[in-house]
Design a protein around this ligand. Structure first.
Ligand SMILES: Cc1ncc(COP(=O)(O)O)c(C=O)c1O
Length: 379
């Protein structure tokens, strides 16, 4: 995989290592967005079938990216909190059941669990990383596996942690949850698109992704996958489009109890969104052409030298097998001053994020090894 900076519109004066905050937009996606905005000036050109056709294309593209056999298990969502809530509201919880979360998850995969725990007298169990850095990722994963028991109703976690890219071994976690009949809900926002993921292999109960980070899409649209376990659930809202026979515009007041098949009921109202939907389709088509495994490999190649040097300087960066390459956290040794590094990065117009105690660095195919050299110089 080669550098793809020419396909984006990033300013040459900055170094953008912050795709985990928000990806820059592909020029091709911007173009589609602009023409989509203009299309509404001629509403006669927006046909009844357009309300349905593009949503199906988007769901098919997402299913292909995540290797799901049947695109009907996917849904279009406006945010991660919405997509996780669709799952959480449809998991049956008894008094004393445990909901497992990992430490410092993004709030969209926390608040709803607190809510359903309160409603059902269930218990939230947070799994912390070890305090010491040695074998941190490995031990954190082991702590998670050890915590899953007959009391576990559901585990909700990311694939790569949003603050420092720690990887969670979803395959092992799936095996353990299956053995105790617990569900697994994944927030894929910081991984899907840049890190390979296969529904066929992992078989999550639900997978929810924001669209504006590694899916390279616009803000306010995302995608979710819901397994057969959710086929008979109740969606957050009751949009007409998700009901049987909604294509028949003249018969819409023949109200239907039946939903469209499988996860269709979980799509947000107005999911035919004539601006955002075609933009996200275009972005997913580009990702499918590139393939997440190549993006991951590219990220590894451009960052590995700097990571080696930062470790030599005494920084902690998780072992390669327990972290993502497109997103990682730098934990400083005590002799380094975070404020000084922050101000050096700012002066050089290098954009990263600060999450928890980590400096979060995130890269994609618009970055190069030079960007990492610039980063290194600030240490
Ligand atoms: C892991 C993760 N999940 C979700 C989100 C966004 O959630 P929402 O779409 O509910 O705003 C973010 C944003 O930074 C994130 O990092």
């Amino acid at each position: 995989m080669q550098n793809q900076q020419h396909l984006f519109n990033l300013s040459e004066e900055i170094t953008y290592l912050n795709g985990a905050y928000m990806s820059p937009q592909l020029k091709s996606v911007t173009e589609i967005g602009i023409s989509a905005v203009q299309r509404k000036a001629q509403p006669n050109q927006i046909l009844p079938e357009d309300f349905f056709s593009q949503r199906e294309v988007l769901k098919k593209r997402f299913a292909s990216l995540i290797q799901a056999n049947d695109y009907k298990h996917t849904a279009i969502i406006p945010s991660v909190s919405y997509g996780i809530a669709n799952a959480a509201n449809n998991i049956s919880l008894q008094k004393g059941d445990e909901i497992i979360l990992v430490d410092e998850q993004f709030p969209s995969n926390v608040y709803i669990w607190q809510e359903v725990a309160k409603k059902n007298n269930a218990i939230i169990k947070i799994i912390y990383p070890p305090k010491e850095f040695e074998n941190r990722g490995k031990k954190w994963n082991q702590n998670i596996l050890d915590a899953i028991s007959e009391n576990t109703a559901v585990i909700a976690l990311p694939h790569a942690h949003w603050a420092d890219g720690t990887l969670f071994d979803l395959q092992a976690i799936r095996e353990k949850t299956t053995a105790v009949n617990a569900m697994m809900v994944i927030d894929g926002t910081q991984s899907i698109g840049a890190l390979p993921f296969s529904v066929k292999e992992i078989q999550p109960d639900a997978l929810v992704c924001g669209g504006y980070k590694w899916l390279l899409g616009p803000y306010s649209i995302g995608m979710a996958y819901y397994s057969d376990a959710f086929n008979n659930g109740i969606p957050i809202e009751h949009n007409w489009m998700n009901r049987h026979n909604s294509e028949d515009f003249s018969g819409l007041t023949n109200y239907q109890d039946r939903y469209k098949e499988k996860a269709a009921k979980y799509s947000v109202g107005e999911s035919s969104n004539f601006i955002l939907t075609p933009m996200l389709i275009k972005a997913l088509e580009q990702l499918i052409e590139w393939q997440p495994k190549n993006i991951q490999e590219y990220a590894k190649n451009i960052s590995s030298h700097t990571i080696k040097k930062l470790r030599e300087l005494g920084c902690f960066i998780e072992e390669d097998t327990y972290r993502a390459h497109h997103l990682f956290g730098i934990y400083l040794p005590s002799h380094m001053n975070l404020e000084k590094i922050k101000s050096a990065l700012k002066k050089q117009q290098i954009f990263v994020s600060y999450r928890g105690n980590a400096i979060r660095v995130s890269c994609n195919v618009y970055n190069s090894e030079k960007d990492f050299e610039k980063l290194l110089n600030c240490f």
